[in-house]
Design a protein around this ligand. Structure first.
Ligand code: COA
Length: 248
């Protein structure tokens, strides 16, 4: 467990993993990605864990990749992000997300890999990849059209505007909208329900549900990552990062 990723057991069979950099709106820097990868691996390896809840501290899910790391360039940042996407998209235990506040960038796309997701009524989602001079990641250019339809996917991924939990539900990113502040309770309820079911049957059902798209998802994550890595070096992207970091 790192400081920026908390792992706890709020109920028998349930592992809660919390992104914990609230002063940065839980932006994912390298250490936090690595902490998430380790926490997911530990949950998969621990036979007492039957369901995982993924959430963020301080009333925020995550503001996405740390823009300082984006601005710094180099391949270390993208690589650990891709390793995290591979880890979450191939995890064996069911993952239930609880979203309050902001879910930006990978904060939204990681929901495509969670089995269930709940969001409070004040949650705000956004995939501002194009706004930042980047391109889709996390398998979203394949999975979002599949679940939301091509027009909705183009709207959300090309325009990159913020959207609320009702639209997130309509697009298939979350199961349900809860009262503000109640997403974690809803996620824990479902995780406890999953933990009470026969674990081998739950794992097999998850594997079967993922099987049909597994090859395409892995291929898309890799293809997007190549383009994303190139885009990070582009003048368009570097200007957008500087604008955010200097709050122009
Ligand atoms: N990377 C690095 N730092 C971030 C960050 C990120 N993704 N998100 C927030 N922060 C920092 C802010 O720079 C700010 O730092 P400061 O206190 O030194 O000024 C601090 O976290 C709080 O953020 P702030 O913008 O003041 O909070 P807010 O509640 O007004 O807005 C967001 C929250 C998430 C809407 C806004 O921070 C944001 O748009 N962040 C960038 C999201 C993004 O583009 N992510 C990459 C997607 S690919």
């Amino acid at each position: 467990m790192t400081e920026t990723v908390l792992s706890e057991t709020p109920a028998e069979g349930v592992r809660q993993i919390t992104m914990n950099r609230p002063d940065r709106r839980n932006a994912l820097d390298r250490a936090t990605y690595q902490g998430l990868i380790d926490a997911l691996a530990a949950a998969d390896a621990d036979e007492t864990v039957r369901a995982v809840v993924l959430t963020g501290a301080g009333g925020c899910f995550t503001s996405g990749n740390d823009i300082k790391d984006f601005a710094a360039g180099g391949m270390d940042g993208p690589r650990v992000a891709i390793d995290f996407l591979t880890a979450i998209s191939t995890a064996k235990k069911p993952i239930v997300a609880a979203v309050e506040g902001f879910a930006v960038g990978i904060g939204t796309t990681m929901l495509l890999h969670c089995d269930l997701a709940f969001a409070g009524s004040g949650a705000s989602f956004r995939m501002p990849f194009v706004t930042l001079g980047l391109c889709p990641e996390g398998g979203s250019s394949y999975l979002l059209p599949l679940i939301a339809g091509s027009k909705r996917a183009a709207e959300l991924l090309m325009l990159g505007e913020a959207f609320g939990p009702e639209l997130a539900q309509e697009a298939g990113l979350i199961n349900a909208v809860t009262d503000e502040g109640s997403a974690l309770a809803a996620a824990l309820d479902k995780a406890k329900a999953l933990a009470a079911l026969p674990p081998q049957s739950v794992a097999l059902t998850k594997a079967l549900l993922k099987r049909g798209n597994a090859v395409a998802v892995a291929e898309t994550i890799a293809t997007e990552a190549r383009h994303f890595g190139e885009r990070l070096q582009s003048a368009e992207a570097q200007a957008a990062f500087m604008a955010f970091l200097t709050k122009r």
